[in-house]
Ligand binder design. Structure first.
Ligand code: XUL
Ligand code: CO
Length: 441
């Protein structure tokens, strides 16, 4: 048996509990009450909240203009394995204190990459053993794992879509190791986010060939995972740009088209990220709807962008009105298929206290919880559903129903139009719909 660390990193912060909205305790949930049922299911199960290893335990607040500002006590050892163990101790302490059931990770979040692939593999095995023990002791689970095939400069021209086969093979090795690790840690899902899978210029890019290569890599990973007994879902996480000018998994619609084009739609679903949706000029609820309509709403990376900035700021969610719109889609879609809500979000560069990530996650969980409760209330107690259905009532009977069934030809509907009364002017009632959200918040 491995002895895991005894040290407490987040001193002065105990277990975060639900205290209700009257509580003035900044380190308590006001709305997220894990066991409270919403439409028959506890919040804990609706959300499956996860902490993102990279933002909370690795990223130290660096940006393109300056280095990190946050100093982590688990980063002090000169030995990379010891740093990894200490970081795991901090991560599990945090996740357990939050009362979350899950975390998500990239391979090299858990332990730093070594100079060679085989040395990295050794390190991954060691940290796998350590984290297996910590999982056993705490009951914390892995929502999904992934391979970071974007930070290492070897991927500057892409990973699976690199024009050089040697780099593609290296990406394959890394994905294989990350899959092995995810499976060994009981990961429920596996994610592909293609940060460098795209182009900076079409002039030097054979897009068709690169897309074929990407699909080839995904098929190989799927086949390997299934052969190893992985029963979970593979997710694609769409993002339109950053770091590339254009990324191939641009948005939900593009990713669904790609998956169907290459016959991958049975094993893959989508992981929708809020700030990626807005970067693609969509709303979060738009992306959720597109995925849900295709039966592919798998998981969510929760965060928010900034209205003044055009990049991926990965802030924690706070906007109740917007998250309520998303939760309406979420509940009506019947929730997520296999995934959960991963806080792919980071505290600001000048948030330098260790307790700040507690405030951030409490705020995020409370925002989702309050929005979920509001959406439930709207669905059960407001005219919202009936008003929406009413707009389409002409398809519930007669000729409209025949149209939906596909038993009318174009000539026939043209005849209906020629013979019938001219269409009435029917209000879309947008403002009334908008007011319902405000009323129930
Ligand atoms: C980047 C992003 C990633 C993925 C996992 O914008 O969201 O962290 O979630 O690689
Ligand atoms: Co993400």
């Amino acid at each position: 048996m491995i002895l895991t660390g005894e040290k407490e990193y987040y001193k002065g912060v105990g277990a975060i509990k639900y205290e209700g909205k009257e509580s003035n305790n900044p380190l308590a949930f006001k709305y997220y009450n894990p066991e409270q049922r919403v439409l028959g299911k506890p919040m804990r199960e609706h959300f499956k909240f996860a902490a993102a290893y990279w933002h909370s335990f690795c990223g130290q607040g660096g940006d393109p203009f300056g280095p990190g500002t946050q100093q982590f006590p688990w980063d002090q050892s000169s030995d990379p394995m010891q740093r990894a163990y200490d970081k795991a101790d901090a991560a599990f302490e945090f996740i357990t204190k939050m009362g979350f059931d899950y975390f998500c990770f990239h391979d090299i979040d858990l332990v730093e990459e070594a100079a060679s692939l085989s040395e990295t593999e050794k390190r991954l095995h060691q940290i796998e053993e350590y984290i297996t023990q910590k999982k056993k002791d705490s009951g914390v689970k892995v929502l999904w794992g992934t391979a970071n095939c974007f930070s290492n400069p070897v991927y500057m021209n892409g990973a699976a879509t690199n024009p050089d086969f040697q780099v593609v093979a290296r990406a394959g090795a890394q994905i294989k190791m990350a899959l092995d690790l995810t499976i060994a840690l009981g990961g429920e899902n596996y994610v592909f986010w293609g940060g460098r899978e795209g182009y900076m210029s079409l002039l030097n890019t054979d897009m068709g060939r690169e897309l074929d290569h990407l699909a080839q890599m995904l098929s190989m990973a799927r086949d390997y995972g299934r052969k190893q007994g992985f029963k979970g879902t593979f997710f694609i996480e769409p993002k339109p740009m950053e770091p590339m000018k254009h990324q191939y998994d641009f948005d939900a619609a593009t990713a669904i088209g790609f998956l169907k084009n290459y016959g991958l739609e049975k094993d893959f679903k989508l992981n929708i990220e809020v700030n990626h949706a807005t970067l693609a000029q969509h709303s979060f609820e738009h992306e959720l709807s597109v995925a849900a309509n295709a039966g592919m709403l798998g998981s969510i990376d929760a965060n928010r962008g900034d209205y003044q900035n055009g990049w991926d700021t990965d802030q924690f969610p706070v906007n109740l009105y917007e998250v309520t719109e998303a939760m309406l889609v979420f509940l009506q879609a019947g929730g997520l298929q296999g995934g959960g809500i991963n806080f792919d979000a980071k505290i600001r560069r000048n948030s330098t206290d260790l307790e700040d990530i507690f405030h951030a996650h409490i705020g995020g969980a409370d925002t989702f919880a309050r929005a979920l409760l509001t959406a439930e209330n709207i669905i059960t107690n407001s005219p919202y559903k009936a008003l929406r259905e009413e707009r389409y009532a002409s398809f519930d009977k007669g000729q409209g129903k025949s149209f939906e069934k596909g038993i009318l030809s174009l000539e026939e509907i043209a005849e209906i139009a020629f013979k019938g009364e001219p269409p009435k002017r029917i209000s879309g009632k947008q403002e009334r719909f908008e007011n319902i959200i405000n009323q129930f918040l």
